[in-house]
Design a protein around this ligand. Sequence first.
Ligand SMILES: [Zn+2]
Length: 203
Amino acid sequence: MNVRNQVSLAALCQELPKSDDLPAGIDLGPLANEMSKLWERSIRDIDEGRVTEWGAVLALDSKGNLRLVNAVEGDSNGVMINAAVEEDCTFVGTFHTHPYEDGTTGMAFTGADIASMINSGERIAIVQSGEYVFACLRTPETPPSVDRLTLVSWFNTMCRRHFADMMSKQEATLATNLDMCAEYRLAFYYGRVFGSLRKVYVP
Ligand SMILES: [Zn+2]
């Protein structure tokens, strides 16, 4: 087994790594800056009580560079991301933000996010909420598709259960993300945007 210590996000997106080959950490590299700009836009009107999700596509070009393209603004509940990429690029996943009017940060994926990530064939999905970044990675054992309503309903049940166990909403959401990763054979990383993302779970 050859576990690499830390790799760049671009290198990780080249192939679908097996669980044993997943590195201990992911370095977001130059994308950290771009992601943070979209986060800043998400909360630019928070003083007036308005926030908007922003999203973008992760596109790998023929030279192996990873770029954030098709940046788009949604509303406070979500964002529709256009997955079309240029001819010489490969669609590898999506990025979006989770801002809240009350200033809450540190909120990981929703059930709908995870269902969409699996069903649209993403290798990686990334969410930024404040300075916190969460990444879900497909593995070779991840199913090609899931029933969205089943996943979302189970997600919401588990989240309520964790919340009732005296967890904060951030902790309950994170714990539920890990439940989904175990069921759907996804890997999960977590960290701060300008630090390294740490491996939290591999199936
Ligand atoms: Zn989301």
